[in-house]
Design a protein around this ligand. Structure first.
Ligand code: ATP
Ligand code: MG
Length: 394
């Protein structure tokens, strides 16, 4: 982290050497003050994107119309954005127009919460006109300016307030709670993709439980896609007490509780990827199979990137789970890791039963064989499998 900040200070210094102002801003400053990990650093500057492009040899234009470029500096990326204000959000999606300003203070004024509106200069001095440090010390989430106005201007900020509570464990200021209650219906105007980004961070937060209480207290839960639809869903969401590591595990959790909302309903309404749909389906299947199928057969179908999710869901639904390390160990010991390692294939099955017409029985038999081998009912040996299929199974 110290390395990263040192590089950022150098970027700031380089911009200043060309005669512009530049500061480290936003989440990086907040997380530094909180002693949390920092993965990326944003820089605000009085320079325009084309001027930044002249200062650094490697600049990637990522959002020129919003004044944002990505500066590559010693193999590290920094998002560099020109000071700006955002005028009216009449369609509730994106600012209608951004106007660039010369003053850092105006740029900080457009930011959502006081803790996100602190700037740091090249010598690590803080510029904190909205008293973000005080709010950080008091663990308080407060808007820059009036909450009512700021939430009406961009209703997504209500979701962001909740997600920061989930990540940081801060309280929402009374004014913020009240303003969410008053403005919550405007969240319906926000593109679901933007809500999803904040929602996933909310689900993962250490203080998810507190954030969930705020969602109910303010009534914002009535404007979260699908959760808004009925009280059954809200009740089962209430039973989720701790964080989940991903959107897929959240959908699986909800589907295991309320099966009449299909996984595709979740992924369609939230406009999520097929990958998330696939992962949610598999998680539901494996968690349901856990008490009734051979454990090896569950392990065999559990991909590495869902092990954490699987153990958490098993703990929640079966009060019984292996650790991730145990699962990895057990997976290493599986007879085969993949169908391609099976001693037979579809062609072999056809040759074992020369008189049968082709049909879906071939795939079914292959699956049954795979399962029997994985569960160590039979050996992974071509002749053994043939005999098992021809005499024991018919
Ligand atoms: P994270 O660590 O999760 O990235 P962050 O504070 O960096 O947290 P971002 O969403 O990356 O959050 O936004 C960067 C900064 O831009 C914020 O700190 C805030 O100052 C400002 N910001 C982002 N979204 C909004 C918004 N909707 N309204 C006002 N300011 C915003
Ligand atoms: Mg960020």
């Amino acid at each position: 982290k110290a390395e990263l900040f040192k590089l950022a200070q150098q970027v700031v210094q380089e911009i200043r050497n060309s005669g512009f102002q530049a500061y480290i801003v936003g989440g990086a400053v907040r997380d530094l003050l909180l002693d949390r990990t920092v993965d990326d650093i944003d820089i605000a500057t009085s320079a325009y994107p084309d001027q930044i492009q002249k200062i650094f040899p490697k600049v990637i234009p990522t959002g020129i119309e919003h004044g944002t470029v990505l500066v590559r500096y010693q193999s590290t990326s920094f998002e560099v954005t020109t000071f700006r204000t955002e005028t009216s959000y009449s369609d509730f999606r994106r600012p209608d127009a951004v106007s660039f300003v010369t003053d850092l203070k105006e740029d900080l004024a457009r930011r959502d919460f006081t803790m996100n509106a602190i700037a740091m200069d090249q010598s690590l001095q803080l510029i904190d006109p909205y008293h973000g440090q005080t709010d950080i010390n008091n663990k308080l989430i407060r808007t820059v300016g009036r909450a009512q106005e700021r939430f009406l201007e961009d209703p997504l900020r209500m979701m962001r307030a909740i997600r920061f509570q989930s990540q940081l464990g801060f309280e929402l200021a009374t004014e913020v709670l009240q303003a969410i209650d008053d403005n919550r219906k405007w969240l319906d105007k926000i593109a679901v993709e933007r809500i999803a980004v904040e929602w996933e961070k909310t689900l993962k937060g250490t203080y998810f439980h507190d954030a969930k209480q705020s969602l109910f207290r303010t009534g914002l839960v009535n404007h979260i896609p699908i959760l808004s639809e009925n009280s059954d869903i809200q009740e089962s969401f209430q039973t989720l007490h701790g964080p989940l590591p991903s959107f897929a595990s959240f959908i699986a959790y909800m589907n295991l509780n309320v099966s009449d909302i299909a996984i595709s309903d979740w992924t369609n309404k939230w406009k999520l990827s097929n990958q998330i749909k696939k992962s949610s389906r598999l998680l539901v299947q494996l968690v349901q199979d856990y008490p009734k199928e051979p454990f090896n057969w569950v392990l065999y179908r559990l991909p590495e990137d869902l092990i954490e999710e699987f153990t958490i869901l098993c703990e929640l639904f079966h009060k019984d789970a292996f650790t991730q390390e145990e699962i990895k160990m057990l997976q290493k010991n599986l007879v085969i890791k993949d169908r391609s390692e099976l001693a037979i294939n579809g062609q072999d099955i056809i040759s074992f039963f020369p008189n049968r017409a082709k049909g879906s029985w071939i795939q079914n038999m292959l699956l049954e064989t795979e399962k029997a081998v994985v569960s160590e009912l039979i050996k992974n040996d071509k002749n053994g499998i043939r005999e098992w299929l021809q005499y024991d199974k018919q």
